[in-house]
Design a protein around this ligand. Structure first.
Ligand code: ADP
Length: 160
């Protein structure tokens, strides 16, 4: 049986923290699907297609990772993809309550699916998409915080 893990998130945009989690998970599973959430409730800087394309460019070194866009419940996508593991990243304590609530909600609606929390590496625990956008909007340095293609995309987006 092939082991498939799904890593859902906004990825608006993908950061080096996300890339680190994906690199580490890709070693543990046959396939990792990075799932870009297309939410009608959350406004984003990049469209779902743009976010997908930036993730693909950032992960071109990994053969067993694919990127998909989904607008519904993650657990519904999981059934379609035949996966039983949701990956989420944990940075500091502030992430914990949100992740615990989400994991329990998902357990309630799909008990066969497990949420696996992966600790951020120490060098990335402070990196967030929101922080990166704030830096970009104020001409702050982005080196090492996001992949090169994201620096370029942020630059173009902000110039527009
Ligand atoms: P969401 O809006 O679903 O929280 P994000 O794109 O912000 O989407 O994050 C997706 C997942 O990646 C979340 O579980 C989040 O905690 C985790 N994450 C975000 N930044 C980092 C980081 N620097 N290191 C490890 N995990 C992270």
């Amino acid at each position: 049986m092939s082991r498939v893990a799904v890593y859902p998130g906004s990825f608006d945009p993908i950061t080096s923290g996300h890339v680190d989690i994906i690199n580490r998970i890709a070693r543990q599973y046959d396939q990792v699907i990075v799932l870009v959430a297309q939410s009608s409730q959350k406004s984003s800087m990049f469209s779902a297609e743009e976010r997908k394309s930036l993730i693909e460019k950032s992960l071109s070194h990994l053969q067993n990772v694919k990127v998909d866009i989904f607008g519904g419940l993650t657990v519904d996508y999981m059934k379609k993809a035949n996966s039983k593991v949701i990956i989420r990243g944990l940075r500091a304590v502030v992430d914990f309550e949100y992740e615990l609530t989400m994991a329990n909600m998902n357990r309630k609606i799909a008990p066969e699916i497990e949420t696996l929390l992966v600790f951020a590496s120490p060098e990335f625990y402070y990196v967030s998409s929101r922080g990166v956008k704030e830096l970009a909007l104020n001409n702050g340095p982005l080196k090492d915080l996001v992949p090169e293609c994201v620096i370029k995309a942020l630059d173009e987006k902000i110039k527009k």
